[in-house]
Structures are given as structure tokens and as C-alpha cells.
Design a protein around this ligand. Sequence first.
Ligand code: AGP
Length: 614
Amino acid sequence: MCGIVGVVGAPSSGDLGEVILSALERLEYRGYDSAGIALVDSLGEVYRERRADRRASVAELRSLDLPSASVGIGHVRWATHGRPTVENAHPLVDCSGQLAVVHNGIIENHLELAEALACRGHRFRSETDTEVIAHLVEEGLAEGVDLLGAVRQALGVLQGAFALAVMAACAPDRLVAARRVSPLLVGLGDGVGVVGSDVAALIGETRDLAVVEDDQVVEVRAGSLRALDAAGVPVTLAPLRVDWDLAAAKRSGFPDFMSKEIAEQPEAVRQTLLGRALPDGRLRLDEMRLADAELREVDKVIIVACGSSFHAGMVAKYAIEHRARLPVEVDIASEFRYRDPIVDSRTLVVGVSQSGETIDTLQALRAARTWGARVLVISNVVDSSMAREADAVLYTHAGPEIGVAATKTFLAQVVAMELLGLYLAEVRGILFPTELEEPLARLAGLPGIVGEAVERSVEVAKVADALAASRDFFFIGRHVGYPVALEGALKLKEISYLRAEGFPAGELKHGPLALLDEGSVVVAVATRSRLWEKVVANIAEVKARGARVVGVVNDGDERTAELVDHVLSVPRTAPLLTPAVDVVPLQLLAYHLAKRRGLDVDRPRNLAKTVTVE
Ligand code: AGP
């Protein structure tokens, strides 16, 4: 996700450019691989500066001597389409350079639009999806339409998600903003009108905000807001009074980043799915530098990853083997290089890493390449080290994940793995494009299902209360429930420091059962799969030895609910997607137990968000 801000008028708090930079500093948690600002200066010209120096970008803009201005827009970028370079940094401009746009979201049909605009003579300067907006608005203005009308006209052909703000030298007293899916707020402060991606962008100028809803367009002036719906009918925006302090604003009001990022999971899944299905029904990855013929030569897949990404890789084994009928091995990255694996040019090695920088995984991929393998990376960071070195990349679009414990990136990885399995099946002729419709429809419903699970935090907190005195936890599951059990155990141990271990449910009797005693807690992933009866048998097995059982149970499954001591209920979904749903209450359980122990869930002891040491 990116952060946008727009200001028009004469801020009482300082120069307009400074106000925008301060807002960008507050928005940096939304994305920090590049930043930029555009102003209409006192000469009526558009002034634009951009930097792509990762976390230093906004600071570098601060060092500039900005002109006084009547309107301006700013942007902090978390790259999704186009590398994090200055050329791709927002604001982006039209052919004249006198109209600028900032955008958060994904324009799904940008390739078709860019092709048509280029045929009409427009010159593109970036690799981004966003630039098409500038050229579309340029065409509206050229037809004599005002800025509001030109933006509305452009929105009519855009598909995908956006929160955007547009300014133009020909309209120095206003800016126009619009929203579809990606959040957008507007407000009037002392002498100014402001727009932004979230509260953090606007809180410096006003706490009296208004929420822009989907397909609404707002013309913002120093003392007025004019909002229209998709049909052009004037609407009144829903007011939003915010009393957060600045720190809380950066977390969108959540007490910590982990709870914010758990809440963002439906959006992370939605963004990862955006734009994947092409008009002809085929699937699109992000950067495919492998020909279909090369992928058809692949006779084995090896997945290498660490931690939560390894657990997502375990889910991928089921997805890829089921969909593409390819044998899949899953390796802990730090072990892979030293086991003398059987790798050759027909091996596809898939690196899974939200940071794209984990050195164990990076080195494993480098080793695989020396053995002739083709390398595909699934990462949450555009242009990360792994992405740059890969033959193909499938980006998750979960946005920056600040909490050390992986949450939304894990779900996005599970979704990406399902997409990869479908992509390989299609390329290899095992599935026709028309046969993708059903699995893609199930994926499209996943954000809503994940949202239902996320909203049950209070229910999970009550279970955490009941377990507050417990000290050792066993997590068990079968099939795709096994990586879920491992991920639930990892979440608990890394943020609560409690002893937690995940097992294949069928493995208990081969040793771990000896550890169980009256105080033990067993968390069983007992949602309705084809192995459900066996998990139920394992529940009986551990209860007979005095364990307290917490069950992850499907809504309405009274039979399983009666077998366990505590229920963590989840909606049903397709078998290969259940890890993205069943893990949510386990994330929340770890979170609530850690909070009850007064621990810092965002920065757990001894751990780093990105492990760049071997
Ligand atoms: C997961 O909660 C941990 N933060 C850790 O295990 C993490 O998944 C692992 O270090 C891999 O990180 P990556 O996805 O950035 O490669």
C-alpha cells in the first residue's frame, strides 16, 4: 500500500509544501521505497521533486528549498507495479508536465489503457499503472472539461482499486480526489482543504474529517468540499471526528501494528488477487521472465523458505501437487544448500520470503541457480534482492508489515501459492482457462471469509483468558492443517515466549504424547476436511490423557464443538484455502496471550523483522 496526501489553500501551520512533507513523514509506515511532492507554485507552474532512496526519501525532500504554492500533492510509495525508482515514484504527470497525480491501489486494466493512450500520442515516462490516470485526465482537460469533470471521465474507464488525488496548473485553487476500494479521507482545516489515505495524513491540519466512499469524487478547495457520486449526483460525506494522538494515527487507531495488520488481512488478500485474471481467462504473475515452454519442461518443484514463509511453502506443496500434478519438496532454506539436493535445469526452485532479503533463503536460491535450476520468488517487496535475482516473481501485495510476527503476509503467501499452482496447471495444459473460473471464484470470496474470522477477536480473547495460566501448548493438524498448526505454534512462541510446538496430529502417538499431562493445552485444527474424523480421534486421544483441548472448528459444527473445551470458530472455505482462514484465530490467540503477559507484540525479544545474518 502507498500513502497519498493533498493540500489546497494557505495553511496557518506553515508553508503548504512543508505541511505536505510532514504528512508524508507520518505516512511513511505505509510505504517507504520512494517519495515525491508536486506543487503549483506562485508562477502557476508545476514544481515536482521525487526521491527513491528507501527510508531516506522523505528526509531528502525535506532538504530542498520548496517554492511557495497554492496547491500540492505528495506520495510515499510501496511499489506494486514498476520498480522503486525515481522514474516510477509519484507524483506522476501527463505529457505537459502541468498535471500531476498520486495514487494508492492497483489499476487492473492499465496495460490496455496505456496502449490506447500511446496510440493517441501520449508519451509514458514510467513503468507504473498510475501514469495512465494523468494522461486520461489530460485528455478530459483538452476537451474543455474542468478538473472535476476530467477526473470523473477518467474514472469511468479505470478498473481496479484507487485512492487518488489530482492537481493541475490550470486549477491552482483546487484539487480533485476519488476513491474505489482503497481508503480516502478529506477534511477542512484552518485555511486549507486536505485529502489523504488515512488519519495520519490529515491529523496535522484537522481532526474533523469525512470518509469518501467507493466511486465518489470530491473537489477540494481552501474552504469547501464538493462531493459527487458515480452518477454525478451531489452527496454529503460521512463525518469522522478523530481524537487519536499522532502515534495512534500511524497505527490507524490500533494499539499496535500486529493487531492493525491482522485487521488488514482481508485487504492484503484482496490486493494480492487484484488484476490476476486476464481478459482471456489466463492468469498473470508479476514478472515472468520464464517462457511457458520452460515451465512445461519443469519436472520438480522445490520450495525454500524460513519461518512463517516455510509454513506457507508447506501449504504450497498441497496446492501445486494438487493443481499442477508436479512433485514438490519443501525445504528449510538454511538446510537446503547443505543436503546436496537433486537439482537441474528441470527443477523450479521457489523462494518464499515476505522481505525478499532473508539471507538463508537468498543464499539457497543462489545455490540452486549454480546447479542449473530456474528460480521463482514470492515476495512482498518489489525489487527486493530475491526479486531482482529471480527468473520470475509473484508479488504479494500485503503492504508493509511492521510487526515482527508475520500475519497478513502469511495469508497473502497462501493466496499467492494457490495462484502459482493454478498458473502452473494452466501453463502445463492440465487446466483449461475456463476451468480456472471456479477456483478463482473461491479465491474472490476469501477476503470476506477472512474478514469474518478477523472480527471474532473478542471470542478468541475469552479463550485466551481461560488459558492465561497455561504454560505449554501443543498444536496439531492434518494435511493443510499441519502447516497451520506449525504457524499457530510459531506465533505463540515468538510473541508470548510460551512453550508451543506444532505436530502432525498422527505423529502424537509416536512420541510427543509422552509430554502430555493435566496442564497441557492442545490446539487442534479440526475444521471439516476429509481427514476430520482422524483429527477427532486425536482429540479423544489427548483428552483421555487429561489435556485441555482448543478446537478450530467450522461455524455450526456442533459435533466437533462438543468434543473440545474451547471453540475457535471459523467460516468454511475451499480445502486449499483453509490455511488462510484457520490460522486467523491462532494469530489472535497468540496476540491476546502475549498482551495479557504485558509483552511488546510488535518487537518481541531476540527477533528481527528481517534476518539478514546466516
Ligand atoms: C514469522 O512470524 C517470523 N517473523 C519469521 O519466522 C519470518 O517468517 C522468517 O524470518 C522469514 O522471513 P521472510 O518471509 O522475510 O523471509
